[in-house]
Design a protein around this ligand. Structure first.
Ligand SMILES: *Cc1c(COP(=O)(O)O)cnc(C)c1O
Length: 419
């Protein structure tokens, strides 16, 4: 009774995966990515996106021409404007921001610090009674650590919310802690563990009703879930470019500041790149107007190249089509996990409803730390999250349904091999 039904299930799933791939309007874009010999399922695009096949030549041409031949003239010719240009492009292609509100710089951690510090200083100046910084207990470590540092530095009280770890943060979780004492709320749009997708519009509105500012971390949504910052009336946001924007390891982050807030905010690292006249070399600092005020020092131009190819690709595909593919991939992954892994004791650690989920799913089993090591050795690459979660990060443009199934089957085989 055991072997036969399992095989039938696998055959059905393979057929389903192939049918979904055949019907996928974005399927051809899989060829845009560089081959990774020996890797049969790359399921970690939410931690480090794959390089596009055009990137090696793009980097080589940059060294040869822009850097090697134009030399320092390239700063004037193109590099000075790059932080804003790329910011506007991310705004248009991925996060729903009109020009002049997004900038590429630093790392997510540093931009979180700059925006949090600027926001709490501005709110405290306007209303000294606002002394609380609200953050989620399950947020990504760097977000929590930096919030704690900012609170200490600015003499604020940290207020923790502890939402359901599977379904993520809601307005109902925040309602009890929001008050006339709230200065700033910091949350992730998509939870890095469960994949839960927060209701940006409703939460932003609730925070505004309390008179506070809202800072969204978009690391796990930018490039896979359409973000509508302007439409939601969002105040501030940050995000990574090396996850779903495929900028490569250590590519700089982006920050968004709503246009009408920009004049009121002063970020704390006032380097020469944010001075009103960068080449005045004057005795004292005067900030430039607009989003460039978030810059501090010389931007990492070489690290801003690879993401440009991905932004082109996302624009060509359309972020809503990218989301539709993402939903299809995560729905199929859940279906495969239900059929193949649930009987082995594996639990789904994120939302079952795709409308409430970002671009990855997380599954749990006590043996997953050891299983992940086996999988990596075999060229199947998900990631492990303590204590017992495997994340299947299904980067929509570079992942197929069949590849997703290959990954789930490998998890099953590794669990079965452990007996
Ligand atoms: C990936 C990620 C970061 C990473 O921050 P870095 O400064 O790039 O190391 C921060 N926050 C969240 C929510 C993330 O998912």
């Amino acid at each position: 009774m055991t072997a036969q039904p399992v095989d039938t299930t696998v055959a059905d799933l393979i057929e389903t995966a192939r049918a979904l791939d055949a019907a996928d309007p974005l399927h051809a874009h899989l060829d845009a990515f560089l081959d990774a010999p020996g890797v049969t399922a790359y399921l970690d695009g939410n931690s480090l996106g794959r390089p596009l096949a055009s990137v090696p030549e793009r980097l080589a041409a940059f060294v040869r021409e822009d850097w090697g031949t134009r030399l320092i003239r390239s700063w004037d010719e193109q590099w000075m404007a790059l932080p804003e240009q790329l910011g506007d492009r991310i705004g248009a292609v991925a996060i729903g921001a009109a020009p002049g509100q997004t900038i590429v710089a630093d790392s997510t951690s540093v931009l979180l610090y700059k925006l949090m510090r600027a926001a709490v200083s501005a709110t405290a100046a306007a209303d000294p009674a606002r002394t609380q910084l609200v953050i989620e207990a399950g947020n990504f470590p760097t977000d929590r650590f930096i919030a704690a540092g900012v609170a200490e530095e600015a003499g604020l009280e940290l207020v923790w919310v502890e939402p359901d770890p599977v379904h993520g943060v809601t307005v109902a979780d925040l309602a009890p802690v929001l008050s006339e004492r709230t200065a700033l709320v910091v949350l992730s749009h998509v939870d890095y563990r469960s994949g839960a997708l927060a209701d940006m519009a409703a939460i932003t509105a609730a925070v505004h009703d309390a008179g506070a500012l809202m800072l969204w971390d978009l690391c796990h949504s930018a490039g896979s879930v359409p973000v509508r910052l302007d439409e939601c009336g969002a105040d501030l946001a940050v995000g990574c470019t090396y996850k779903y924007l495929n900028g490569g390891p250590g590519s700089p982050a982006f920050a968004y500041v709503r246009r009408d807030l920009q004049a009121a905010l002063r970020q704390p690292i006032q380097g020469w790149w944010s001075a009103a006249d960068i080449f005045a070399m004057g005795p004292a600092y005067a900030p430039t107007a607009g989003i460039r005020q978030l810059l501090s020092g010389t931007p990492p131009v070489t690290s801003m190249l690879a993401m440009q190819a991905m932004l082109d690709l996302i624009e060509e595909a359309g972020i809503d089509a990218v989301r539709a593919k993402s939903v299809s991939l995560t729905d199929f992954a859940v279906e495969a996990c239900d059929a193949l892994l649930a009987p082995l004791g594996v639990r789904l650690l994120g939302p079952r409803d795709s409308a409430l989920r970002g671009g990855h799913i997380t599954i749990g089993h006590p043996d997953f730390q050891a299983v992940t090591q086996v999988l990596w050795g075999d060229g199947i690459i998900p990631d492990f999250r303590f204590p017992d979660g495997i994340r299947l990060g299904l980067s929509p443009l570079s992942t197929s349904h069949e590849e997703t199934l290959t990954g789930v089957l490998a998890v099953r085989d590794a669990l079965l091999a452990r007996g």
